[in-house]
Design a protein around this ligand. Structure first.
Ligand SMILES: [Zn+2]
Length: 431
């Protein structure tokens, strides 16, 4: 625990009692159901089909009567058929990469941009950042929500912004040194790249204290690697295009005891992804989110596809009262089933990072060999680490031994955006 434990951006709302959270959720949920029903034909049709009358909607007690949404709705209603405000009130847009089809578009009114900035500023403070700190923003300042979210939040908090965007890693390190960067924000895999480059350049970054990483799941062992490699405290930030971008859902605090979700802005449910029924606190399930303060494109019972569980609803040692979720362990559709064993890529990462000398660059190749799923792992390691050690650790942690190879440092291609850790093939061919 460090001295920034009680660093709040919004000390009142971040410490609402359970009753205050429930009251604000009740009021905002009713207003949001009416707003979406009255101002958008798509939402209206869906409420009608589910038998929901927004005028008689009673709030939290009726939450489960509302129909679920998913990424499919965003794709079918592309580009703006879910928009609930007049076009001339939209101030900004962002868009997911759309690697699996039509991109997801998120539109923002000025109030939505402010809501985003508020959530993001809370995250910066929760990580120990203060007004006047130097914040280096490495996610792209473009359609991807990462860069702008970091920017809006940093501006709201009142920091000095170094908007490098991704790439030119050598220059990133030089700038971090010259500008005396205190806080760096990055997608997880690019954080690893920065760490490698800093080590190669033998760069000393004494002012860098805080690293905020997101957009990809990462294992506790990887956090530890980045933390010790760069000599910083590492935070896990959460948010997605559909919820309004980076930081909207929250982050872990200095107690590193789960991700606080801003419950005055979002309602959290965890459901069984098969039965779609709510499940008890502590049980692993799919996270479902309802946004209760967003105007342009609110989400109502949005199935995120992310798997997590409620860790605690008690007041955290940091003083915040908002619910804490376990770090995302994977996505419903990312689960691998190899040789009858179910697991997530993050478990492979956790296992690899336990082996001394293994480096944070790896790939999991999943091949559908005429209907039989096979897994092959490529990982970089320092000289002396053997394939046998890797197989032994994986067998111990996963319950079976995949094939694999150990490569010298620098062999696996680096990416500057999100890393593609899992590569799918069919009968040995790329798909
Ligand atoms: Zn906390």
């Amino acid at each position: 625990m460090n001295t920034t434990m009680n660093n709040f951006f919004n000390p009142v709302e971040e410490r609402y009692s359970a009753d205050e959270i429930a009251a604000v959720q009740q009021k905002r949920l009713c207003a949001m159901v009416r707003h979406t029903d009255q101002n958008n034909a798509y939402f209206h049709r869906r409420y009608q089909a589910a038998g929901v009358d927004s005028a008689g909607f009673r709030g939290l007690d009726d939450l489960q009567a509302l129909p679920f949404m998913s990424k499919i709705d965003f794709r079918e209603q592309y580009p703006d058929a879910m928009c609930c405000v007049p076009k001339n009130t939209i101030a900004e847009m962002h868009m997911s990469s759309g690697s699996t089809g039509t991109p997801v578009v998120m539109l923002y009114t000025l109030n939505d941009v402010n809501q985003w900035a508020e959530c993001m500023a809370r995250c910066y403070c929760m990580a120990g950042a203060k007004p006047g700190d130097v914040v280096q923003i490495t996610p792209g300042l473009g359609l991807f929500n990462g860069g702008f979210g970091c920017f809006h939040g940093a501006r709201k908090l009142g920091t000095f912004i170094v908007p490098t965007g991704p790439g030119n890693t050598q220059r990133q390190i030089t700038l971090a040194k010259d500008m005396k960067t205190n806080v760096i924000v990055s997608v997880v895999s690019y954080g690893i790249r920065i760490m490698e480059m800093a080590q190669q350049m033998n760069a000393d970054l004494p002012d860098l204290k805080i690293g905020i990483f997101g957009a990809e799941t990462f294992s506790p062992a990887m956090k530890e690697r980045i933390s010790s490699g760069l000599g910083i405290e590492v935070f896990d930030i959460y948010g997605m295009t559909e919820t309004g971008g980076i930081g909207t859902l929250g982050q872990d605090c200095c107690a590193h005891n789960g991700i606080h979700v801003w419950e005055d802005h979002y309602i959290v449910e965890i459901i069984d992804p098969t039965t779609k029924q709510p499940i008890a606190d502590g049980e692993m399930g799919e996270l479902v989110i309802t946004s209760i303060t967003r105007e342009a494109i609110p989400i109502i019972r949005f199935r995120t596809g992310d798997l997590t569980r409620v860790l605690s609803r008690k007041t955290c040692e940091c003083g915040r009262t908002h619910v804490r979720l376990a770090p995302i362990s994977g996505r419903v559709d990312d689960m691998l089933i190899i040789k009858g064993v179910n697991f997530f890529p993050s478990q492979v990462e956790q296992s690899l990072m336990k082996i001394p000398g293994v480096l944070p660059q790896y790939r999991i190749i999943v091949n559908d060999n005429h209907g039989v799923m096979e897994m092959y792992i490529e990982v970089e390691a320092e000289p002396g680490v053997t394939g046998h050690q890797v197989v032994k650790q994986l067998r111990e942690d996963l319950g079976f031994a995949p094939d694999g190879d150990v490569f010298p440092p620098g062999s696996i291609p680096r990416q500057e955006g999100k890393a593609k850790r899992v590569i799918y093939k069919k009968d040995g061919m790329d798909i």
